[in-house]
Design a protein around this ligand. Structure first.
Ligand code: ARG
Length: 267
């Protein structure tokens, strides 16, 4: 009896596996004359690319007028999905959860995410698509303008970001981590923080929003290193990485990428 049940379950599982396997081949074949590489990706087994983001990072991702995530990264990953012939579904979540969600809740993440060695222990990255550096936001009348001035200061940032990791290394600094960068900026404006460290383009957006109160200083002046954004992918899914990189290259070659840059970033 028990034996029978087990073999029935095994048979069912095997069937399901076979069916899913077939579905994979059929549903994810690239729309336009690709080599079918995407079809071999475990992440694309269901024909949908589920993409994690954290829509608190304008101009790369934010909640648009429609109440849905919008921004450069969102437009880019949708264009990538189109080239790959896959549906794209965006999952908005906290930045700090993005990497751990890949392979369970999501297939990949696009979130102005900097390639770091630490992250590369758990995920692979696509070719990089944007250069960045951390910026320092301070009150307009602040005299903070070089690395030594940050020593012992109260500094806000978004939890789990490269800005957060930088603050960890500043001598005697009090590290205030926020889930949303805009909350850190509000606390800076209200005098609860001495500085906020956040990526260049979001820093410029926030500075414009609070132009009467704060200024944005290039982190190069503080010795902060250049960073590169890329799409985080499941470790070892070479088929997905190849398909994403091929789509990214096509978008660069056909001018779509530059169009998105001028539409969302360099207006
Ligand atoms: N580039 C920084 C990092 O990778 C910050 C990214 C924050 N992105 C976001 N969507 N909140 O850590």
């Amino acid at each position: 009896m028990r034996k029978k049940m087990i073999s029935a379950i095994l048979a069912a599982a095997l069937c399901a596996g076979l069916i899913t396997g077939c579905g994979t081949q059929a549903s994810t074949a690239p729309a336009s004359g690709g080599d079918g590489a995407a079809a071999q990706s475990p992440a694309l087994g269901d024909g949908v690319l589920t993409v994690g983001t954290n829509a608190e990072f304008p101009p790369f991702e934010y909640i648009g007028d429609s109440g849905q995530p919008d921004g450069f990264d969102i437009a880019l990953i949708k264009a990538i999905g189109e080239k790959m012939g896959t549906e794209v579904e965006i999952e908005n979540m906290e930045f700090d959860s993005l990497v751990a969600s890949i392979g369970s809740k999501t297939d990949c993440a696009i979130a102005g995410m900097t390639v770091t060695e630490e992250r590369q222990k758990s995920v692979d990255f696509s070719d990089s698509y944007y250069d960045a550096v951390q910026y320092v936001l301070v009150k307009k009348d602040s005299d903070i303008d070089e690395a030594d001035d940050l020593v012992g200061k109260v500094i806000g940032n978004q939890l789990g970001t490269t800005g957060d990791f930088l603050v960890e290394d500043i001598e005697n600094a009090e590290n205030r981590q926020y889930n949303k960068p805009v909350d850190a900026v509000n606390d800076l404006v209200n005098g609860r923080l001495d500085a906020v460290i956040v990526d260049q383009n979001p820093a410029k957006v926030f500075q414009e929003k609070f132009a009467d109160d704060i200024k944005a200083i290039d982190g190069a002046q503080f010795g902060f290193e250049a960073e590169k954004y890329a799409i985080a992918l499941p470790k070892g899914d070479a088929a997905l990485a190849d398909a994403v990189n091929a789509a990214l290259k096509e978008l660069k070659d056909d001018g779509t990428f530059d169009k998105l840059v001028s539409e969302y970033i360099e207006q």
